[in-house]
Design a protein. Structure first.
Length: 253
């Protein structure tokens, strides 16, 4: 029997992107993978179909597009490797942190494309990324937030259980969102352009300008003030500037 899903077992950014996407939007039933998307995302479904080198039929109508693949060899291996459980909507993997850096990044981008939404913040050029999943996924959302925030060198936002009982996280830091989009391009994963095109990576918001000015001032204090007759406490000023930077980062989230 042809191992139709064997490419998903490869340790490549594209394979991990698709596994992140399928962890969000795919369904594993027995040894079969099923995937269905809105018709507006038929291009992404076709790219997955081509990646898997499928010969199954893609079924389409005015609302959705879908296909399914049976692979009794690869599906058990995928379940074991990615800790995919029955009814994964309610049963997340134990952790994502076993994945290597670029592979984990690729998986997260795929997961965002499946379960995340990106939109403009009200009255601003900046965007906001929202992910809302079953409450059992709270720990996974916090792993994702901590990983991508550390990579972007910004403060980490914690996921919370919202009033409806879902695990929810809102990420509005422009530096963070730009860094994810640029990383998706660098990794050359087939990200969903409909979502990521909203993020203008050339845009520099007021928060970024202020943080740059603060850092320049800190540099000046460290390296340009050499007059021993100046009567102020350099350490206290540096401490205040550090607090200001942290405050800016927290407000921008």
């Amino acid at each position: 029997m042809k191992q139709k899903l064997s490419k998903l077992l490869l340790d490549t950014p594209e394979a991990y992107y698709w596994m992140g996407f399928l962890m969000a939007d795919g369904t594993f039933v027995g040894n079969r993978l099923k995937i269905g998307l809105s018709i507006k995302d038929d291009d992404l479904l076709n790219r997955l179909y081509e990646f898997l080198e499928c010969d199954n039929t893609i079924h389409t109508n005015d609302i959705k597009c879908e296909f399914s693949v049976m692979d009794s060899h690869s599906v058990p291996l995928l379940r074991d490797k990615f800790n995919i459980k029955s009814k994964k909507t309610y049963n997340p993997p134990k952790s994502l942190l076993w994945m290597k850096d670029d592979l984990l990044y690729s998986f997260i981008i795929g997961f965002i494309d499946g379960d995340g939404s990106i939109g403009k913040q009200y009255g601003r050029e900046d965007c906001i990324l929202r992910i809302k999943v079953h409450s059992n996924w709270l720990g996974i959302l916090n792993e994702i937030s901590e990983f991508i925030s550390k990579k972007a060198n910004v403060g980490t936002v914690k996921a919370r259980i919202n009033n409806q009982g879902y695990a929810n996280i809102n990420l509005g830091n422009h530096i963070l969102l730009k860094s994810i989009k640029l990383k998706a391009k660098q990794l050359n994963v087939p990200y969903l352009n409909r979502k990521w095109s909203l993020i203008n990576e050339s845009h520099i918001n007021k928060m970024e300008i202020s943080k740059k000015q603060l850092r320049q001032l800190m540099y000046a204090i460290n390296f340009e003030i050499n007059d021993p007759n100046i009567q102020f406490n350099i350490d206290e000023i540096k401490m205040c500037l550090d607090k200001a930077l942290i405050s800016y980062e927290e407000e921008d989230e």
